[in-house]
Write a protein that binds this ligand. Structure first.
Ligand SMILES: Cc1cc2nc3c(=O)[nH]c(=O)nc-3n(C[C@H](O)[C@H](O)[C@H](O)COP(=O)(O)OP(=O)(O)OC[C@H]3O[C@@H](n4cnc5c(N)ncnc54)[C@H](O)[C@@H]3O)c2cc1C
Length: 330
């Protein structure tokens, strides 16, 4: 018997459930209603005793069940161990839909699972819906963002990874008495990869952009490496992370993984500071859901000012050091 919608709850290296999970939980409630009240469950794979810590969160998100796989061997993410565990649960409960956040981990895990269980995966989606035949209609950009493709999957589970930040978490709790079901899948594989050491590096910064509360984003107007160094100092002063426009990425000033916009990430931080970014529509769609937007641009006609709550017309190379100085002297 197929059992509704299953969502992967990624536990991050810092020990919390990745924010994309809560946005998927909200979307799942919507999809469940369209499917006539399909069951919504979560899958969590983590170290011993962790699931119970997140129980309240699961209950507030309206989960009927949580399938928990715990063990010391799951303390650090491992593609083979995690996919083996997930496949075990999927084979047992046979969800109609299985959703995963398109985080670094999710992008690694999802294709491994879908190929093993011979089902389709629509990666990096920006919209999910249920069509007239009750199938998942998963939409993602294609041809470099020039077209949107809505993809249906013939088999179950219909799998999709979804970009962090494209859906909103629930505005009001949907309290359920969530049942936690512990599973202990057999491990008949010896992982080929062993984690020797975890070094905080650019990957972590890239992950952080999905959940960062403050993003300082730079565009072509930041001109060179020194401009981006200034942004890094600005972000550090504010306790935020650096993002970039495609213009800046194409100039080689920033990594594509921190590009924000139609062909990059979709973000919704509490504060987004756009520095030297003109505000092309392809950039705006990736950041307009931010709670507060501040724009610094030398051109008073720049379209970024149309979406900004606060605009500063001036040279970013002059104003940013001044702000850093003021904040640092406090
Ligand atoms: C299919 C497609 C997909 C795309 N996807 C994306 C995407 O995901 N993300 C994205 O960002 N773009 C995307 N683009 C590109 C987008 O159309 C713009 O070209 C891009 O966003 C421009 O980047 P920018 O604002 O950094 O550069 P520009 O448009 O060149 O703007 C630079 C700005 O800096 C200002 N400036 C210059 N000097 C200073 C200074 N000293 N101080 C302050 N301000 C200064 C200028 O006034 C100007 O407004 C896409 C385009 C296409 C066709």
């Amino acid at each position: 018997m197929a059992s509704g919608i299953l969502i992967y709850a990624e536990v991050t290296k810092s020990g919390y459930v990745h924010p994309v999970f809560f946005t998927l939980a909200a979307k799942a409630q919507e999809l469940s209603a369209k499917l006539g009240g399909a069951e919504v469950s979560a899958l969590i794979i983590t170290s011993c005793g962790k699931t119970e810590l997140f129980k309240e969160g699961f209950e507030k998100c309206g989960f009927d069940k949580v399938y928990a796989i715990e063990g010391d061997e799951y303390q650090n993410y491992n593609t083979e161990l995690y996919s083996n565990a997930a496949i075990n649960v999927i084979n047992e409960i046979q969800p109609e839909i299985f959703l995963i956040g398109a985080t670094t981990q999710g992008r690694d895990l999802a294709p491994r699972i879908s190929s093993s269980i011979h089902t389709g995966l629509t990666a990096d989606c920006i919209e999910l819906d249920i069509n007239a035949t009750n199938r998942l209609a998963a939409t993602r950009p294609t041809f470099g963002g020039k077209l949107m493709a809505t993809i249906l999957c013939k088999n179950n589970p219909q799998m999709a990874t979804v970009r962090p930040g494209v859906f909103k978490p629930l505005e009001q709790d949907v309290i359920k008495n969530t049942q936690i079901i512990y599973k202990n899948p057999e491990i008949n594989i010896t992982p080929k990869v062993e984690l020797l050491e975890f070094i905080r590096g650019i990957e972590e910064e890239i992950n952080d952009i999905d959940s960062a509360e403050i993003i300082v984003a730079g565009g072509k107007g930041m001109k060179n490496a020194d401009g981006f160094k200034l942004l890094t100092d600005f972000a550090k002063t504010l306790g935020g992370v650096v993002g970039a426009s495609r213009g800046a990425v194409e100039m080689g000033l920033a990594d594509h993984n921190i590009q924000i916009g139609q062909t990059g990430k979709t973000v919704s931080p509490k504060l987004y500071i756009a520095c030297g970014i003109s505000g092309a529509i392809q950039h705006i769609v990736g950041m307009e859901a931010s709670k507060r937007i501040i724009a610094i641009n030398i051109d008073p006609q720049a379209p970024i000012f149309d979406v900004a709550d606060i605009g500063y017309v001036g040279d970013a190379f002059e104003v940013i050091p001044e702000i850093i100085d003021k904040l640092s002297s406090k």
